[in-house]
Design a protein around this ligand. Structure first.
Ligand code: ZN
Length: 262
């Protein structure tokens, strides 16, 4: 590849166009989202080209220099190169649903790329998604994939990147240390956990499935150390997902991949 702008990122979404074209929405390395039009991207044709624009694939795309007044805002791919694809995820229904969930959540979250801009404040978003997919693939290859545990790691890192990770150490109401009590409820509209006294004062029910011990462990566990995480009950992720949905204004049943998992 030579000359012209280059976009590099994870394919979040593929929308077929005409007979064999597509528009791919990429999560770029800087954490922003960019659409690119790919002629013949669906593959096939007389040369029976393989389709490389699949959700979750890491692509490098060289952009055609735009002719003045032609083509509107959408970048058009001149050449593309597949940098990484999971060998495993497509063969496991739960893993594939997780991949779709990560990408769907990314689509709801990522801000639009502006050519020439060099913002770095969203770069963590790309790191979270690419790490999550890489280690998901690795766990499947090792045949030790626990979907709920991987989701907890992803959600913890994702909430941290968004700046809304609940503080697992102190009460969101009074600031007191939460100690060892695992039943402290996660209060989405307050953005944190409530101690027993504040939970009682606000008539909050104690958490049936303790979220905090799993969250605390996930905060201290790097993606590459996923083997050190305990098995996480799926209800923990439901509460973390509800927390994310509350803060991002997303109704969870609107996410197709959420309905596949829960
Ligand atoms: Zn309190």
């Amino acid at each position: 590849m030579s000359g012209g702008a280059v976009l590099e990122g994870v394919v979040m979404q593929v929308v077929p166009q005409k007979e064999r074209d597509l528009i791919a929405k990429l999560l770029l390395r800087d954490g922003t989202a960019a659409g690119v039009y790919v002629y013949g991207g669906m593959g096939g044709g007389t040369q029976n080209k393989p389709r490389v624009f699949e959700p979750g694939n890491m692509m490098r795309v060289q952009i055609r220099p735009s002719r003045a007044g032609v083509g509107g805002d959408l970048a058009v791919a001149a050449e593309n190169l597949l940098l990484w694809r999971s060998a495993q995820i497509r063969h496991d229904a739960r893993a594939f649903a997780l991949l779709c969930l990560y990408l769907e959540m990314s689509l709801k979250t990522a801000v639009t790329h502006h050519p020439g801009g060099n913002a770095t404040e969203h770069a963590g978003h790309f790191g979270v998604v690419s790490n999550a997919l890489f280690h998901l693939d690795q766990a499947l290859a090792e045949k030790s994939f626990a979907w709920s545990t991987h989701l907890t790691l992803f959600l913890t890192k994702f909430l941290h990147h968004l700046g809304i990770l609940p503080d697992e150490a102190s009460c969101v109401f009074c600031g007191e240390a939460l100690g060892e009590d695992p039943s402290t409820p996660l209060v989405a509209d307050q953005g944190g956990f409530a101690c027993a006294a504040c939970a009682a004062a606000a008539s909050l029910p104690a958490s049936l499935r303790p979220v905090r011990p799993f969250l605390a462990q996930a905060v201290r566990t790097r993606f590459q150390d996923w083997r050190a995480m305990p098995e996480v009950p799926p209800e923990v992720n439901v509460q973390l997902m509800q927390f994310w949905g509350h803060h991002l204004n997303v109704r969870l049943p609107d996410l197709a991949s959420y309905r596949l998992l829960f």
